[in-house]
Structures are given as C-alpha cells and as structure tokens.
Design a protein. Structure first.
Length: 366
C-alpha cells in the first residue's frame, strides 16, 4: 500500500475539521508551531500541510495574524448546513483519529440516509456538555451521539433525555444502569490481552497507569482486564505499584502546566519504586510521558510499556505495543444504532467494535 506523506494526512484531517464544522468560516486555525505539537511533526511538514490548504482556497493565510478558514469554503455533502434532518455529535475532545475515522464513518452514513451532521465539543466540561446538548436539541436534531464527560454523576441533562425518550447513543463511555445504547471497545478483553503480553515476557511487577478521573466504566473495565490477566497466571496485581493521579490527558486539563506536573509525578514515582519492571498505560500519551521519564532516569527498556491507542498520525513502526480501537467501525455502528432508535426498530443495547493488538515495531499503514 502506498505510504501517504504526513503533510497530506494533516491536510486531510484539517480539511475534515473544516467540512464538518469544527472550524467554521472565518475561524482561526492552529499555528504551524501548534501543529508541530499536535501531530508530533516538524515545522516543515506543518507548513507544507497549511500551504496545500491555502493553494486549494480552503484557508486564507494572513502574515502576522495567522491562518483562517476561507469565508466561502465549500462544505462536503452531509455537513451541518442545509434543509436535511440533522444528527448531533458531541465530542469530549478533538483528535485527528476521530476526524479521519470516526467522523468520516458517521458522516458517510448520514449522507447515505439523507441526514446532515452538526458537531459540538464539550472539552471535558460538564457545563459545556450540557450547553451542547441544549444547543443541538434547540436546533432540532433528531438524535445525539455523545462521548460523555468523565464525572462522578451522570449529566442530569442526559438523564432528562432518557426520560423524554429522546434518541441518544453513547460512544466509548457506557452509562451503566440507564437504557442508553452504547458503542465501544471490549476494554476488558483488550486490556487483558495487552497485559498478558507483558506477563508472557516475564514481567511481574507491572504498574497500571491511568488519569486522575472519576471511576468511569471505561477505566474500570481496563483495570479489570489488567487484573484478570494476572489471575490467568495465578497472580494478583499489586495495586501499590499503580499510578492513578495523572491529569494532562484529560480534556479539561490540557496544557504545558499539567504535562510538567505529570512528569514530576512520574519522576517521583520512579525514585520511590525502583522495583517496577513494566507499565500498562490506559492512554498513549501517558505511555509517552512514562518513556520520557524512564529514559531520563536511565531505566527505559524496549517492550516494558504497553498502552491503549497510538499516535494521532501513525505510519511506520509502532513505538509501543498497543490496542488499536476500531474508530471506523465505532462511528458507523453508532450512527446505524441511532437510526434504529429514531425509527423505533429493534436494536442491541451495546455494540462492541473489533480491536487489534499492534506489536512494537510492527509496521502499520493506518
């Protein structure tokens, strides 16, 4: 399969963000420096991606001010404008993997079925999630696909939607105890398989690493899978080795300050836990923090880190053994499930999309 240059991948991702309304006409886009950090690429690669967008007339570059979405940019069929019935999609955060795979799949089904797609982003905030729901309902959407915010209690606005029998499907974060259809990954099985890979290498003192967050079903399922892998070997996972107070990967806690705090936490952990042999991280960016700190301490060894998900732009060899979730399948299944709910058809309450374990140094072409 032909390798797609990184700058074209970034171009395609930003184009999707423009076409689906994440960046509306007139909106300022991230700078080249910001794109370097978002996609982990060089300034030259970021510049080539932005130049390609400018050459096609989709953005306007203003020296000293930045790059902006062109005022009269043409949207893809199925974007939020137009008279067709609407579907609302609420994101917890925005990433290229969501744009390239999940949203494309949802939009494809929308186009096939004559719906348009309207996006909102909660940024991990309960208040913004509530406002997004209210805005979309006020716009007259026929149903909602939501990646719910991590919170101790369920959003009261979502509870009201359930009471009102408004069509809702959740992605990734299942609302246990509520009659809300869900699409996601079998996190228990995936975490179990990933952890068994570490145990098969002979590691025993393994730390489970996750964000500081309310006990969401997603995290609990990954913890359960981690513990079950130990049980498979007649062992018990040592919870005293776990790191559960990191914050930088949470949508509401992004920024350099939180990244530095997490690095300090991991560095202190490594000083106080010299016995830890390996790490299973619940997220890719946590794995990168671990690797940085381990290398700095002179303790990094290949294959000692496994994680969920991979880099946003991924071509070539995998940095860590990781779970690759089926974003395309999740997107299509969530839309199909929502349509069945809207139409009053029989539908399952949960759909688990396939996942893959990609081994470190395994080549992947997206």
């Amino acid at each position: 399969m032909k390798q797609v240059p990184l700058y074209e991948q970034i171009h395609d991702t930003i184009l999707t963000q423009i076409d689906t309304g994440v960046y509306p006409p007139g909106e300022k886009l991230p700078s080249e420096k910001e794109l370097e950090g978002i996609y982990h690429v060089s300034r030259i690669t970021a510049k080539k991606a932005m130049n390609l967008l400018a050459e096609s007339g989709r953005i306007v570059r203003m020296p000293g001010k930045g790059s902006f979405v062109a005022a009269h940019t043409a949207a893809l069929p199925g974007a939020s404008a137009g008279p067709s019935p609407r579907i609302g999609r609420i994101l917890a955060g925005f990433s290229p993997s969501v744009a390239n795979h999940n949203l494309h799949s949802i939009q494809s089904v929308c186009e096939e079925e004559g719906y348009s797609l309207v996006l909102r982003c909660s940024g991990g905030s309960l208040e913004r999630e509530t406002k997004a729901i209210e805005d979309l309902v006020a716009l007259g959407v026929r149903g909602l696909i939501i990646m719910c915010v991590h919170n101790e209690n369920y959003n009261e606005r979502i509870l009201q939607l359930v009471i009102d029998k408004f069509p809702v499907v959740t992605i990734d974060r299942q609302l246990k105890g509520l009659s809300v259809p869900f699409v996601g990954t079998d996190n228990v099985s995936a975490a179990r398989e990933l952890t068994r890979g570490l145990l098969e290498q002979g590691f025993r003192r393994i730390a489970f690493v996750r964000p500081e967050a309310h006990e969401t079903i997603t995290l609990l399922d990954r913890q359960t899978g981690f513990q079950l892998a130990f049980n498979d070997y007649g062992l018990i996972a040592d919870e005293s080795l776990w790191i559960t107070n990191l914050r930088s990967t949470q949508p509401e806690s992004t920024g350099e300050e939180y990244g530095k705090q997490d690095i300090a936490i991991v560095e202190e952990y490594l000083r106080s836990h010299p016995e830890t042999e390996a790490f299973m991280a619940s997220e890719y960016n946590l794995a990168r923090i671990l690797k940085y700190c381990l290398e700095k301490a002179g303790r990094y060894r290949e294959d000692m880190i496994a994680c969920f998900d991979g880099p946003e732009v991924f071509l070539g060899e995998a940095e860590f053994t990781h779970v690759a979730q089926g974003e395309r399948e999740i997107g299509r299944a969530s839309m199909e499930l929502l349509l069945k709910t809207i139409r009053g058809q029989d539908r399952p309450m949960a759909v688990l999309a396939p996942y893959r374990i990609i081994r470190r140094n395994e080549r992947n072409w997206g």
